[in-house]
Design a protein around this ligand. Structure first.
Ligand code: 5AD
Ligand code: SF4
Length: 474
């Protein structure tokens, strides 16, 4: 049974939204307050930020793209690698200057970084001008925490409230207001958290245990998106293939996909991320028989060496991964695979690295997200000895990128002369080109009119480079 409590947006949140609205108007005397939201990291964070923005609008804020203009700045942070944290700290440090000029400026820090004790210690020491800090488990209490911190700040005079909110309950937030950036492509979370504990990864510690949303909530949100004109909807979860575990209803990810595939009209269903250990034949059977599910799968392999995969606690081998790929390609010949690769995991030898190169060549991924291993405090891998220098790791990464470039170029070459159905997503006025996304999640640039944006078109591939495709609308 799914024990995660569900919190629906309602009166509890609205009361505090109204109080904040009144506070800005009557106490701070700011007529039309502005809020700036900066999001780091993955699509889950982007999706959470849509909720923060929705609530900020209900609190009476206008959203601004200019942080120098803002009365409230919210940083929704990412902890996946050290450089993500450094980027956020850099920006937060810079914002301190804005605070000198505007004592009412209210700074909020939330997201994955704030779930780590070492980060909170650093914030207390170096960034104590931040007014409110809360973690990934508090989305539903944002209006309450914000209001209390506002009052605190007032009672403390010019000093900041230094409110550090730590909650641990793994909740599901439903019916929250949302502000989306795009009116064609939407992200729809189907589950939260992760139970996999890959040895290098901080996510299970900062996002809590895996929990699935009820399918009726997902389906009704999905239908609303279609009714509002969205054409490309990505289902989100750290491991969508284990969707449904713990729910009372008889459902799993392929069954959910089937339900979402059953609506009228032209639209594309995408999903990410998939864990190879849970990618079943049933999933590929459903995709191959579907009308709307994209022929694309992002299936992070991380590396090709069985020794390293075991140390990573990934629970599959190079051979079992390749078996999944073979089955998928036999069912869906035009399926496009993409992946995540970590180079330089502790103990990775050059021979291990060559196994990764080998799997790249065997699968022929269309593109990759590549990372150099970044130790995360509190994860098992951070305790492993890691004798390989950063320089050597960088050299391996460059070698890998070169191999991948050739593979991508080769795949593009094979697309030449073929016609694909593609959604015209945007228009480039400088070149009069439409950017069109095919089912396999590849962008094709083709001459066309701006008015075609939002339509599915047939695009003939007429040219390619290693990192782009040219086409002609036919
Ligand atoms: N170091 C480098 N890359 C990492 N990832 C996750 N944790 C780390 C880490 N500590 C990568 C994995 C994952 C992607 C989202 O981020 O490749 O699939
Ligand atoms: Fe991290 Fe592994 Fe969970 Fe992905 S599946 S979020 S890499 S622990």
């Amino acid at each position: 049974m799914n024990l995660s409590p569900i919190y629906k947006y309602g009166e509890k949140q609205e009361i505090y939204c109204q109080k904040i609205k009144d506070y800005y108007k009557n106490v701070l005397k700011i007529k039309s307050p502005k809020a700036f939201v900066k999001t780091y990291g993955c699509q889950q964070n982007v999706s959470d930020s849509e909720k923060y923005k929705g609530m900020l609008v209900n609190m009476g804020f206008c959203l601004t793209e200019n942080q120098e203009d803002a009365d409230v700045i919210l940083f929704n942070t990412c902890a996946i690698r050290e450089n993500a944290e450094n980027k956020a700290f850099g920006n937060i440090g810079w914002v301190k200057n804005l605070k000198k000029a505007n004592e009412n400026l209210f700074i909020i820090l939330c997201g994955c970084m704030t779930e780590q004790k070492n980060i909170i210690d650093k914030i207390k020491l170096k960034f104590s001008f931040i007014d409110l800090v809360f973690g990934t488990h508090s989305v539903h209490k944002f209006p309450l925490h914000f209001y209390e911190a506002l009052l605190n700040k007032k009672s403390n005079g010019k000093t900041s409230a230094k409110a550090y909110i730590k909650e641990t309950e793994d909740i599901i937030a439903e019916d929250f207001p949302m502000v989306k950036n795009n009116n064609l492509k939407a992200f729809l979370p189907i589950m939260y958290g992760c139970n996999n504990f890959c040895s290098y990864c901080i996510v299970p510690y900062v996002r809590g245990r895996e929990r699935s949303r009820h399918s009726n909530e997902i389906i009704s949100e999905f239908k609303k998106l279609l009714e509002s004109g969205y054409k490309d909807i990505t289902l989100l979860g750290q491991n969508v293939n284990s969707y449904g575990k713990g729910l009372e209803e008889d459902i799993n990810f392929p069954k959910l996909l089937k339900k979402l595939d059953s609506f009228e009209g032209e639209y594309t269903i995408r999903f990410m991320t998939s864990h190879p250990k849970d990618a079943t034949n049933e999933l590929f059977d459903v995709i191959s028989n579907s009308k709307h599910i994209a022929h694309h799968m992002h299936l992070p392999v991380q590396c090709g060496s069985n020794k390293i995969l075991e140390k990573m606690n990934r629970k599959y081998t190079k051979e079992s991964y390749l078996k999944i790929i073979d089955y998928a390609k036999s069912k869906i010949p035009d399926i496009v695979f993409t992946s995540d690769i970590i180079v330089g995991f502790p103990g990775e030898t050059y021979e291990d690295f060559l196994e990764t190169i080998d799997i790249l060549k065997k699968v022929k991924f269309h593109s990759l997200f590549t990372f150099i291993y970044s130790p995360r405090e509190g994860t098992p891998a951070a305790k492993l000895s890691d004798p390989v220098t950063k320089r050597k790791k960088t050299a391996r990464l460059l070698e890998l990128l070169k191999v991948q470039e050739e593979i991508s170029e080769d795949l593009h070459k094979k697309m030449l002369g073929k016609t694909f159905r593609a959604l015209a997503e945007s228009f480039l006025p400088e070149t009069n080109e439409l950017l069109c996304r095919i089912s396999g999640n590849i962008i094709v640039e083709a001459k066309g009119e701006k008015e075609k944006v939002g339509n599915f078109l047939n695009v003939l591939i007429t040219g390619y480079k290693k990192d782009s495709l040219k086409g002609k609308i036919i």
